[in-house]
Design a protein around this ligand. Structure first.
Ligand SMILES: Cc1cc2nc3c(=O)[nH]c(=O)nc-3n(C[C@H](O)[C@H](O)[C@H](O)COP(=O)(O)OP(=O)(O)OC[C@H]3O[C@@H](n4cnc5c(N)ncnc54)[C@H](O)[C@@H]3O)c2cc1C
Length: 384
């Protein structure tokens, strides 16, 4: 089931099956004026699963997590019957979810525990002729997230990412950077995507970006001036993985040891600075380079806070250290109000008692109606 079944260009929506990958969508849209957002996952990963799980992409700042782009679903229910959800229940064009009841909520974020989704109507977004990706070196977590918050409010960026220093070193070929940064080195880099219809529009956005950086500098935070990704790649070809999406970040997926793990959370922008500072300190203390990837979502209403480790899968002692680090990082993030997304069972068990009991009861009641025989993914989300 890996077909792109329809593309309604004028309505900016495509109907896809579960096996459609990021690369397939990119190839399909190559000569069309439309795009999707791409996650940092490798090109062969499913767009569909990421949408059902509320994953994040490089257009999530503008348009929200990927589940926000679902304009209709076709689902197989526990009794084998099919249902079409959203405007698609009546119109041949799945233009949106309204005005019918929001029944996609019965399938989105449930990790396959309520039914099997067989088709998604997925919203597409306009491509613009002018695109710039700029990198800005920053010397503190505080300055990075102050600038990020301020930039969100200007609404000039299609995407903003904040990545800590180990990501740059690892991309440049240092597989195991020292857990502490070298004195004087930048602590973060911000990357900013700007798009425009005209040169004048792009210049205006660049001017606003420069003004925001000056404002934050005036508060005592240090930044370098923005560098275009193409200039950077000419000087450091190893950075080409950041030039075009989807991408396979080999420093994560092909580092030799085979182990890659992270605590990926969504949470409030207002808590980001203390959460990042504590998270980085804890990783360093435990002997891991503090690799953080973050991205504001949906206009800056919330943010992704992701703490990543690479390790040698065959080294049992290292695997145990990663497991214990992840437990500590989960606690740290939860304490700051961040919630692990795509929550694995081990993390769900640790969080369960703290989740509102009314919500847990409601989830069990919905599950009982949607899956009375318990055939869909039993055990996930603490459900029978
Ligand atoms: C290097 C790297 C970077 C990544 N970066 C990002 C990133 O930037 N953003 C991001 O969001 N993710 C990222 N990911 C995660 C990635 O996007 C995964 O593709 C995503 O988590 C879904 O794949 P999976 O293998 O977990 O899905 P699966 O395990 O196949 O599915 C996940 C869950 O969805 C349910 N499900 C799957 N298909 C259906 C269906 N048809 N109907 C009902 N339920 C279904 C399953 O039951 C399961 O519980 C990254 C991964 C890697 C390795």
């Amino acid at each position: 089931m890996n077909r792109i079944l329809a593309t309604h260009e004028d309505d900016m929506v495509a109907v896809i099956e579960p096996g459609v990958t990021q690369q397939m969508m990119k190839d399909h849209l190559k000569d069309r004026p439309l795009t999707i957002g791409y996650s940092l996952a490798p090109p062969h990963t499913s767009v569909f699963a990421n949408a059902l799980l509320g994953g994040l992409t490089n257009r999530s700042l503008k348009y929200g997590d990927q589940s926000d782009w679902i304009a209709g679903l076709e689902v197989v229910r526990h009794d084998g019957t099919l249902a079409r959800i959203g405007s698609w229940a009546l119109s041949d064009i799945p233009f949106g979810l309204v005005p019918f009841p929001g029944l996609t909520g019965l399938f989105v974020g449930w990790q396959g525990t309520t039914g099997i989704v067989t088709k998604i109507a997925f919203q597409l977004w306009p491509k613009h002729p002018l695109n710039r990706r700029l990198f800005i070196l920053s010397y503190s977590a505080r300055g990075t997230y102050r600038a990020m918050s301020r930039l969100c409010r200007t609404e000039i960026c299609d995407d903003i990412g904040g990545l800590s220093w180990p990501s740059a070193k690892m991309m440049m070929g240092v597989a195991h950077p020292d857990p502490s940064p070298q004195p004087g080195e930048p602590i973060f880099f911000l990357y900013v995507d700007l798009t425009a219809e005209t040169k004048a529009e792009m210049r205006a956005k660049e001017d606003i970006l420069a003004r925001v950086l000056d404002e934050v500098r005036a508060q005592g935070d240090r930044f370098e001036d923005p560098l275009d990704i193409h200039t950077l790649v000419r000087a450091q070809p190893q950075l080409s993985g950041f030039a075009d999406f989807p991408t396979d970040l080999k420093f994560l997926t092909g580092h030799g040891g085979g182990g890659l793990s992270w605590i990926g959370t969504y949470g409030p922008m207002s808590r980001m600075i203390p959460a990042v500072e504590e998270g980085m300190a804890l990783m360093t203390e435990r002997g891991f380079p503090p690799l953080i990837v973050s991205r504001p979502m949906r206009g800056g209403h919330f943010i992704v806070f992701r703490l990543i480790v690479t390790f040698d899968k065959k080294n049992e002692e290292e695997v145990a250290r990663v497991r214990s680090l992840n437990e500590e990082l989960l606690e740290l993030a939860t304490r700051h109000g961040f919630i692990m997304y795509k929550t694995p069972i081990w993390a769900w068990r640790r969080l369960e008692e703290r989740i509102d009991p009314g919500m847990r009861r409601l989830m069990r009641d919905v599950k009982a109606v949607m899956d009375p025989a318990g055939i869909f993914n039993p055990g996930k989300l603490g459900l029978p």
